[in-house]
Each structure stands twice: as structure tokens, then as C-alpha cells.
Design a protein around this ligand. Structure first.
Ligand code: DGI
Ligand code: FE
Ligand code: FE
Ligand code: FE
Length: 186
């Protein structure tokens, strides 16, 4: 699928603000793909579709998680986590994207996973550092991302965990597993 078609498909699913975020993730992911030797076309498509399910009703996402036998533990944690695996499912079903590497990068863009692929890492990080993001510490991660992908990624996962814990929010176990896996390999 070419960029213009993909962007048009996704635009219908998103608010204007989330669409601008998506274009930022796309541009950032392509730069990271060039810098770290990933497939720029896959990075482009995964980025464009990463938040495809962001605005689906919670009850629809819950039904998909149940009916498609996705991880049940998801339902015990923040519903913000759901759009990633549900997105991978719907992007295949509704937009016809079949590439498993692209679908995995969408599926794991919020929690990460143990053994992230280069494409998974690029999409996770691009989502965190795209120019529209303004979290505390994001500039430090932007600088790291120019030098060392894994170091930047660990820092972004750590910042996310610390942010959630400061608000006394539960942290989904895969997010901790992702952190440990990356920190062990640094
Ligand atoms: O969809 P985006 O806003 O672009 O970003 P995202 O998909 O990375 O994260 C969506 C939200 O999910 C964000 O507000 C933080 C939250 N989140 C990320 N990891 C965890 C989490 N929430 C919980 N409870 N546990 C997590 O591990
Ligand atoms: Fe997301
Ligand atoms: Fe993210
Ligand atoms: Fe996003």
C-alpha cells in the first residue's frame, strides 16, 4: 500500500490531533529506519497504522480481545493498552495489511515485548519521540536516539514506567519484562 492511500485510510479513524501525531511518528520512524538499517517501507506503514484502533469503543475492543483469544490480563489493566493488539488485528482485517513484522510492531507498540525486533523498536521509539511529544525527559531520549537505539529505547520504557508509578498507576507486566530484557542486553 502506498503512503497516500495508507494515510487516507487511517485519517478516517483518527482525530485531527492524533493524525498529526501519526504523521510525526511516520517521519520519525523513517529517519530511524535509515539510521539503523531497517526497511523504510515497513517502518512507514507500521507507523501510519500504529494507532489505527485508538478511538474504537472500549466494548468493541474488549470483545475482540476475548473473541480472538488475546492475553486476558490486558482487561485487568488500563484500557489504553488495548488499542495496540486490537489495532494489529483490525489493520489486517480491515486494511488488508498482512506483513507479520508490521503487524507485530503495531501489536507491541505500547507495551513492548521480550525480544523486540528492530522494527518493533523503531515504532516504539518513534511513538515516544515524534516532534509533537512533550514529556519530561523526551529531549534526552531524542538525543540518545541519534547515537544508540537500544539505549534510547530503555530510557523511554523506563520513563514510561516511572511516569505510571508516580501516578500510582499499575504497570502492565510486559512493560516490566520489556525493560528487563533491554536492560540486560545493554
Ligand atoms: O497511543 P499513544 O498515546 O500514541 O501511545 P502509547 O500507545 O505508547 O501509550 C498509550 C497509553 O498507554 C499511554 O497513556 C500510557 C499507557 N501505558 C503504556 N504502558 C503502560 C500503560 N498503561 C499501563 N497501565 N501500563 C503500562 O504498562
Ligand atoms: Fe498507541
Ligand atoms: Fe508508546
Ligand atoms: Fe501513538
Amino acid at each position: 500500500m502506498d503512503r497516500e492511500t495508507a494515510l487516507a485510510v487511517v485519517k478516517e479513524q483518527l482525530t485531527d490531533h492524533r493524525y498529526v501525531h501519526t504523521v510525526g511518528v511516520m517521519e520519525t520512524a523513517i529517519k530511524l529506519a535509515d539510521r539503523y538499517g531497517a526497511d523504510r517501507k515497513k517502518a512507514e506503514l507500521a507507523a501510519i497504522f500504529h494507532d489505527y484502533a485508538k478511538f474504537r469503543p472500549k466494548d468493541e475492543m474488549k470483545s475482540i480481545i476475548e473473541e480472538q483469544h488475546m492475553e486476558k490480563a490486558l482487561l485487568e489493566f488500563n484500557s489504553e493498552l488495548w488499542h495496540a493488539p486490537v489495532g494489529a488485528y483490525l489493520v489486517e482485517k480491515e486494511a488488508g495489511i498482512k506483513d507479520p513484522e508490521i503487524l507485530d510492531a503495531i501489536r507491541y507498540h505500547t507495551s513492548g515485548r521480550v525480544g523486540m525486533t528492530l522494527l518493533d523498536k523503531i515504532i516504539y521509539l518513534a511513538d515516544y519521540i515524534e516532534p509533537g511529544r512533550h514529556f519530561p525527559g523526551v529531549d534526552e531520549v531524542r538525543e540518545m536516539a541519534k547515537m544508540n537505539l537500544d539505549q534510547a529505547l530503555v530510557q523511554s520504557v523506563k520513563n514510561t514506567i516511572v511516569f505510571l508509578m508516580k501516578k500510582n498507576q499499575p504497570v502492565y507486566p510486559d512493560t516490566f519484562y520489556t525493560y528487563n530484557d533491554l536492560a540486560n542486553k545493554l
